[in-house]
Design a protein. Structure first.
Length: 340
């Protein structure tokens, strides 16, 4: 009798592995670690890379579970906080406690549900280390590096390939103006770049670092026809697994979105839409929406497939939104990962 009880515990109540996988992958990432104690097979399954990848893909493709992950600064002292919000109303559904490394309001990347932050040493004015954090399961790892001046780097990006994480730094001491979140697509980390030797043209390249092959590539941006020296006016994004380029002309209060139809080829940059709207900040979602933060804590969403603008009523965003993207549940960092 005792032997049967032990056998039952060790094999997950005799459930076939395929059925156990089907059941567990439907659960939220934050609850899955609790099921590791059920039996050895379930613990091994939840820790496996294949299970984590399958769970991640299900979460990414489940449009019914559509939420936003928001990092914002509130109050007189600029207290930084994060929350999970409903994508259709932007109402808060869950408050998420941020690690200390995000208190400076800096977000360097967001890949597969992982957020990149940094820890500053205020006395020495250096970056002591970077932190990769998974808000789903509240796990994080530190990535150390040689000491860097806190205002001395222009490019930083986070990429993921299987269990491996890649943190890319490109140091340029004469400028610290680049501050947008790097974009991860097709196994590469992307930034907007420019020629630092001649300064003859600003923001004229897309710089891409291939994580697997560890090589840099670059390709051109569309000719905008006006001075583009303010990096706050241009950014990259991903929509439906296509690279897109947004540029904002402040004088005309207009936003132009262009889509790269064929990845890596300059000519297929296609102008999709022009939006005339007076806003304070914009954030691009992968589901074909642009979120605009407006005055008086309001928010609007533009769907460029239907060309509709809707008010997200009931939202209570702060005056300064630092980061918004689709909330992705992930099991990465639950077990050891490779840092590169």
């Amino acid at each position: 009798m005792e032997g049967e009880r032990s056998k039952s515990k060790s094999c997950g109540f005799h459930l076939p592995l395929a059925l156990s996988t089907e059941i567990l992958t439907r659960l939220q990432a934050k609850t899955l670690p609790k099921f590791r104690c059920v039996c050895k097979e379930w613990r091994s399954l939840i820790h496996s890379h294949n299970f984590a990848s399958f769970h991640l893909n299900l979460c990414k493709n489940n449009r019914e579970n559509s939420h936003l992950f928001v990092v914002e600064s509130t109050g007189t002292w600029g207290t930084v906080s994060s929350s999970i919000r409903c994508s259709s109303t932007c109402q808060r559904t869950c408050q998420v406690g941020l690690p200390d490394c995000f208190r400076n309001g800096w977000v360097g990347g967001y890949v597969n549900g992982l957020l990149l932050g940094r820890q500053d040493d205020a006395r020495k004015h250096i970056i002591s280390h970077f932190v990769v954090w998974n808000p789903s399961i509240r796990k994080s790892i530190e990535i150390t590096h040689p000491a860097l001046l806190s205002n001395a780097f222009t490019w930083v990006g986070l990429g993921a390939l299987g269990r491996a994480l890649a943190l890319i730094l490109n140091i340029y001491l004469k400028s610290s103006r680049y501050n947008h979140v790097a974009i991860f697509l097709n196994g590469a980390i992307h930034w907007i770049g420019y020629d630092v030797i001649t300064f003859s043209s600003y923001n004229n390249y897309v710089i891409a670092f291939d994580v697997q092959n560890q090589v840099f590539n670059y390709f051109g941006l569309p000719n905008l026809g006006w001075d583009t020296r303010s990096s706050d006016d241009e950014r990259l994004g991903v929509v439906r697994e296509s690279l897109v380029f947004l540029d904002y002309h402040g004088y005309e209060k207009s936003v132009v979105l262009r889509v790269m139809k064929e990845y890596g080829v300059v000519e297929p940059w296609v102008k999709r839409i022009t939006i005339n709207l007076d806003f304070e900040g914009l954030h691009l979602r992968r589901n074909s929406e642009i979120l605009f933060t407006m005055a008086k804590q309001r928010m609007k969403a533009y769907n460029f497939e239907t060309a509709e603008i809707k008010d997200l009523r009931g939202s209570t965003l702060s005056d300064k939104v630092i980061f918004i993207d689709d909330y992705v549940q992930s099991l990465m960092l639950l077990t050891q990962v490779t840092k590169n």
